[in-house]
Design a protein around this ligand. Structure first.
Ligand SMILES: [Zn+2]
Length: 150
């Protein structure tokens, strides 16, 4: 059964899924959570490590006095969806994880371990792009469908 969708404060489409006050728009890919408040420790910690494009695109929603930011979804062994580009020229990107050949793993040591090596790397040379309003298209590449998203 299709889930109820709400109008997006960011892009205006009726594509927002909402659960426990977590909101995510399937069109523009922006999301908002209870901690996304100006000056909150959560927001500050997140912005410290966020990519520049996320910082630049964050959007303040006056109605709920909260920020919306573009989603970054990382599914281990599967792939990653993230905003790619600059403030005036960005798109959604999907990159899949690929298995690192055994003989190359020596180059992919896990930080702060003695003998652990990554088995997967993100195939950033084969990124697929989707329009700003086609977050759902990128999600589908990730194997996620909207029914299981929330
Ligand atoms: Zn939206």
């Amino acid at each position: 059964m299709a889930k109820k969708k709400y109008k997006c404060a960011h892009c205006g489409e009726t594509s927002v899924l909402k659960e426990n006050d977590v909101r995510i728009c399937l069109s523009c890919g922006f999301q908002s959570m209870p901690g996304y408040i100006e000056g909150s420790p959560y927001m500050e910690a997140m912005m410290k490590t966020a990519p520049m494009i996320v910082k630049e695109l964050k959007f303040h929603d006056k109605e709920i006095d909260r920020y919306w930011i573009p989603s970054i979804l990382d599914v281990p062994q599967k792939g990653m969806v993230f905003p790619d580009g600059t403030l005036n020229d960005w798109v959604w990107a999907f990159a899949s994880y690929e298995v690192i050949p055994l003989f190359e793993r020596v180059n992919y040591k896990v930080p702060n371990t003695d003998d652990e090596y990554y088995e997967y790397r993100l195939g950033l040379d084969k990124v697929e792009h989707f329009k700003q309003d086609d977050f759902l298209g990128a999600l589908k590449k990730l194997g996620v469908d909207e029914e299981e998203l929330m």
